[in-house]
Design a protein around this ligand. Structure first.
Ligand code: NAP
Length: 318
């Protein structure tokens, strides 16, 4: 049986991938999304509350993700759960061949929309106690620490939002930041100051996380004070994101931080391979900008399929 050749295969079902899928369906492109997780939606699924998506004040991340997925399904977008093992270009046809444990999928164009994952702190105890008090997601694991003492590490939007979320559950929250000022948006400073059970430890780093079968203490290092121990029941690490570009290495140019080099048009260094959302080089990484990327990139994909692609485009649906 002849293998289906998609016009476009999208890797990742977060806001960028789903929006690209919606726009691709509207452009009548035969499109498939491959997503590694069971539910689509990307990082926002584990976001407690989204307050900066226009028209949707205070919507939960889960609800917004669900709305994206439902919209995509309503337009007939095909979404398959599969873990990708390889990406190759067919030397004869130029098609991109995506290898998965469910078999191969072929596309004339390929879009990386795999987003970014949590950066690790890289201190002793982090790996050993992962899932035993070390967490990267307060909305996922916060309930285990009801009325307990926890720490959040980081000074960006994620760290402050996690600290605020945990302050509503936990007895005490330490927010540990390595600098004198927070990187988080000013809109978050006031609620942080008002939360009586959050203590911000500035100019402080974590040297070690210790505990037998569960996190028990952090060894902290404060500028001018040196090392000291702080008892905690759990620690949430929110020290930024790293792009999920393992599969893109060797296929397209990456910048020094591992992001795919691509502009708003989503074009990468390789013809027929595009990038959208948090995975590409850009200044502002938000749900809105990821979704905007997903819309913009389909214009480039359509141009490629109609003008540059040497593969027959007769599968474009009418
Ligand atoms: P981020 O903005 O990159 O902040 C990471 C924080 O972790 C920084 O404060 C950084 O310190 C600190 N850090 C990094 N490596 C560290 C290390 N090894 N040890 C100690 N501290 C370390 O990351 P994010 O907060 O995850 O946000 C990622 C992106 O998503 C951002 O663009 C953010 O605006 C966006 N976001 C937006 C919202 C929202 O709009 N509601 C919510 C969440 C995330 P320095 O400050 O010293 O660099």
């Amino acid at each position: 049986m002849k293998e289906t050749v998609y016009d476009l295969i999208i890797l990742g079902a977060g806001p960028a991938g789903l929006t690209a899928g919606i726009y691709a369906r509207r452009a009548r492109l035969k499109t498939l999304i491959l997503e590694k997780n069971f539910t689509g939606g990307g990082q926002i699924v584990s976001t407690d509350q989204v307050d900066n998506y226009p028209g949707m004040p205070k919507i939960s991340g889960y609800e917004l993700a669900e709305a994206f997925v439902n919209h995509a399904h309503a337009l007939g977008l095909e979404i398959t759960q599969a873990k990708i093992t390889s990406i190759e270009t067919d030397a004869q046809t130029g098609e991109k061949v995506i290898g998965t444990k469910k078999g191969n999928f072929r596309g004339k164009a390929l879009l990386f929309a795999c987003g970014a994952g949590h950066r690790h702190l890289g201190v002793p105890g982090e790996e050993e106690l992962a899932g035993m008090g070390v967490s990267y997601c307060a909305t996922c694991d916060g309930a285990f620490f009801k009325d307990r003492t926890v720490a959040v590490v980081g000074g960006g939007n994620s760290a402050v939002e996690e600290a605020l979320f945990l302050s509503r559950l936990c007895a005490k929250v330490f927010l540990i930041h390595r600098r004198e000022t927070l990187r988080a948006d000013p809109v978050l400073w006031e609620p942080l100051e008002k939360a009586e059970n959050i203590e911000v430890l500035y100019n402080t780093t974590v040297s070690r996380i210790t505990g037998e079968e569960q996190v028990e203490k952090l060894v902290l290092c404060k500028q001018g004070r040196g090392e000291y121990e702080q008892k905690v029941d759990g620690v949430f690490l929110a020290v930024g994101m790293e792009p999920n570009t393992q599969l893109a290495q060797g296929l397209v140019n990456l910048d020094e931080n591992g992001y795919i080099v691509a502009g708003e048009d989503g074009k990468t260094s390789a013809p027929g391979i595009f990038a959208a959302g948090d995975i590409r080089t850009k200044r502002v990484r938000q749900i809105l900008t990821a979704a905007a990327d997903g819309a913009a990139v389909i214009a480039s994909v359509s141009d490629y399929l109609l003008q540059d692609c040497t593969i027959s485009t007769n599968s474009i649906e009418n």
